[in-house]
Design a protein around this ligand. Structure first.
Ligand SMILES: Nc1nc2c(ncn2[C@@H]2O[C@H](COP(=O)(O)OP(=O)(O)O)[C@@H](O)[C@H]2O)c(=O)[nH]1
Ligand SMILES: [Mg+2]
Length: 304
């Protein structure tokens, strides 16, 4: 079974840095990983990519040939990828045997809230090719420093979740820099848990510019709260603990954590109901045990 991550989020939110950091971390813990660059606007990739969309279509060529700007060019490139999915499938074929896949996607928000091309690429992988994928949606933690920007981050996160229909983790990236934007109006938990947005209202009212949009903001916050879907986890890509904590959540959401125990419904139920942190190391131990058993069986050629 193929497992992986779809890395998305606005331009500059840290996607490429994340793909590099996460791939290095996975390499350190012994998980064979391939990073696939599907963002034609990425240059100077910090990671060694196993597949690069540049080999299929180049943003510069598209922009000059069709007289498009960078945004239009990217939409074209995603359309082109959607029409050439067999190219992607062929490139991934040698990897899917034993690699965990990380996809670095473009940062144009409209690709994940509005257009269907990137979504169709992702759904083809998830539904037709049966890859188990989690969307890792990065949002720059800097947006917490301004209540208006925070509301926009909530809306983008919610729209992306509803649009993609995948297991989805929202991440406040670059959390190491959060202090550098001044003191936050609320504790960090307030921003990550998204529990009672009415407190934001009072804060927004104190700024005459945002007071003008009081009613609109209130309604938008109510939409986010009524769905009850958006919450965030935090990430400092330089910090191994932080990357590990995020990986635990991702592994549970796309089912990687249940790998190897499909046949054991009791074990499956226990793991599904347990808190993420607690069960992780135990799960890994169980998986290793099952895999060792499998190896023993295979080695001795005993019929199962
Ligand atoms: N301090 C800090 N900087 C980061 C982090 N992640 C990314 N960056 C920086 O943010 C900038 C944009 O990152 P990039 O990965 O290119 O974003 P992308 O456009 O979403 O792919 C780069 O200068 C990175 O070095 C982080 O966790 N902490
Ligand atoms: Mg990038």
């Amino acid at each position: 079974m193929v497992f992986g991550q779809i890395v998305i989020g606005p331009a500059g939110s840290g996607k490429t840095t994340y793909c590099n950091g996460m791939a290095q971390f996975l390499h350190l813990i012994g998980r064979k990983t391939a990073v696939i660059n599907l963002d034609p606007a990425n240059d100077n990739l910090p990671y060694e990519c196993a597949v690069n969309i540049e080999d299929l279509v180049k943003l510069e060529d598209v922009m000059s040939q069709y007289d498009l700007g960078p945004n239009g060019g990217l939409v074209f490139c995603m359309d082109y990828l959607e029409k050439n999915l067999d190219w992607l499938q062929e490139k991934l074929r040698p990897l899917i045997k034993d690699h965990y896949l990380i996809f670095d996607f473009p940062g144009q928000v409209e690709l994940f809230t509005l257009h269907s091309n990137a979504k169709n690429v992702i759904l083809e992988m998830a539904n037709k090719w049966d890859y188990r994928l989690t969307a890792v949606h990065l949002v720059d933690a800097h947006l917490c420093s301004d209540p208006g920007k925070y509301v926009s981050a909530l809306l983008v996160s919610l729209s992306t979740m509803l649009h993609l229909e995948l297991p989805h983790i929202n991440v406040l990236s670059k959390i190491d820099l959060i202090e550098s934007y001044g003191k936050l109006a609320f504790n960090l938990d307030f921003y990550t848990d998204v529990q009672d947005l009415s407190y934001l209202q009072g804060y927004l009212d104190s700024d005459p510019r945002s007071a003008k949009y009081r009613k609109l903001t209130k309604e938008l916050c109510e939409v986010v709260e009524d769905y009850g879907l958006v919450s965030f986890t935090t990430l400092n890509i330089q910090d191994k603990e932080s990357v590990m904590d995020l990986l635990r959540i991702i592994d549970k959401s796309n089912g990687y954590v249940f790998r190897g125990i499909e046949g054991n419904i009791n074990e499956f139920n226990k793991l599904a109901a347990a808190p993420t942190k607690w069960d992780y190391d135990r799960t890994m131990a169980i998986q290793e045990m099952y895999m060792r058993d499998d190896d023993d069986v295979n080695d001795s050629d005993t019929p199962r």
